[in-house]
Ligand binder design. Structure first.
Ligand SMILES: NC(=O)c1ccc[n+]([C@@H]2O[C@H](COP(=O)([O-])OP(=O)(O)OC[C@H]3O[C@@H](n4cnc5c(N)ncnc54)[C@H](O)[C@@H]3O)[C@@H](O)[C@H]2O)c1
Length: 275
């Protein structure tokens, strides 16, 4: 896949974060020029500098995806610097501590928390699509990838707003595919599974990490590079037949029965098999 994106330009929102940075690296390794767009310009610059010093072509832009003028300015800057936009990875999401602590069950939901999740995660992705599409349609080619989540597919006891926003992104991919597919633009979502935090200061309780990782079907913990490879594949012509889909990249978390681990424990306690 090396050089398969030579000459293409990718905009990655939330590009300074874990999966955003890894995706920029994966797309850059395939030859794309990458725009690292993030609300934190310092963090975006640091990522872009790192990629540039690795011999890739990267440019940092500040964007607040909630603000349409800011999104338009991001796309204009991407075109000024690199001439075009071929790929959008809409990856930015409101994942800060406030959201983690206050986005819980529906009865306790603060409507402002709900609105913020919808604004950043969903409206933000839509605005980015809205402003990259004209350039893609002009050249009759483009690939849009939306960062969804397993929480947008399976019910959980918490994070109701995040989950609803991520479910809606799966539908947004279908709308985009239906509306612009015949004009050369593909759109897909990635249902991302749980990645244990690499930064201990952001960390979830170790017990919670263990529960989530135990339900994967692969023997390793998922890392940003695993998701980045899927994003890069969807962005590339290797995925020409795929549009309007949600590709599940969750290490098998959603592929087994909810009772599987209880069953393994039961069988092991009962001496019924070796698992
Ligand atoms: N990490 C996981 O376990 C996981 C699981 C499922 C889905 N996802 C999804 O993957 C994507 C990336 O997650 P991550 O773990 O890399 O998160 P992260 O927190 O490392 O990165 C998110 C980035 O988005 C940026 N951002 C936040 N608000 C913004 C705004 N208004 N405008 C522009 N940028 C903004 C942040 O500054 C940050 O750099 C998210 O959409 C997330 O919902 C992650």
């Amino acid at each position: 896949m090396a050089n398969s994106l030579l000459g293409r330009v990718a905009v990655i929102t939330g590009g300074a974060g874990g999966i955003g940075r890894a995706s920029a690296l994966a797309l850059g390794d395939m030859g794309a020029k990458v725009v690292i767009a993030d609300i934190s310009i310092d963090a975006a610059r640091k990522v872009a500098e790192g990629l540039n010093s690795d011999g890739l072509e990267a440019h940092a832009v500040q964007v607040d995806v909630v603000d349409e003028a800011s999104v338009k300015a991001m796309v204009d800057e991407a075109k000024d610097v690199f001439g075009r936009v071929d790929i959008l990875y809409a990856n930015a999401a409101a994942l800060d501590l406030e959201m983690q602590q206050h986005d819980r069950d529906v009865i306790s939901m603060d409507p402002e928390i709900w609105d913020r999740a919808m604004a950043v995660n969903l409206k933000g992705a839509m605005l980015c699509c809205k402003h990259v599409l004209p350039d893609m349609l002009e050249r009759k080619a483009g690939s849009i990838v939306l960062a969804s989540s397993g929480m947008g597919f399976q019910g959980e006891i918490t994070r109701s707003a995040y989950a609803a926003s991520k479910a809606a992104l799966m539908m947004l991919a279908k709308s985009l595919a239906a509306q612009y597919g015949k004009r050369g633009v593909r759109a897909n979502a990635v249902q991302i599974g749980y990645l244990p935090p690499q930064d201990a200061s952001k960390s979830t309780l170790p017990e919670v990490v263990d529960i989530l990782v135990r339900h994967n079907l692969v023997p390793y913990k998922l890392e940003p590079r695993h998701i980045a490879d899927v994003v890069a594949f969807l962005a590339s012509d290797a995925a020409s037949a795929i549009t309007g889909q949600t590709i599940v990249a969750d290490g098998g978390f959603s592929a087994h029965t909810p009772t599987m681990n209880d069953m393994i424990n039961f069988m092991s306690r009962s001496g019924l098999n070796e698992m």
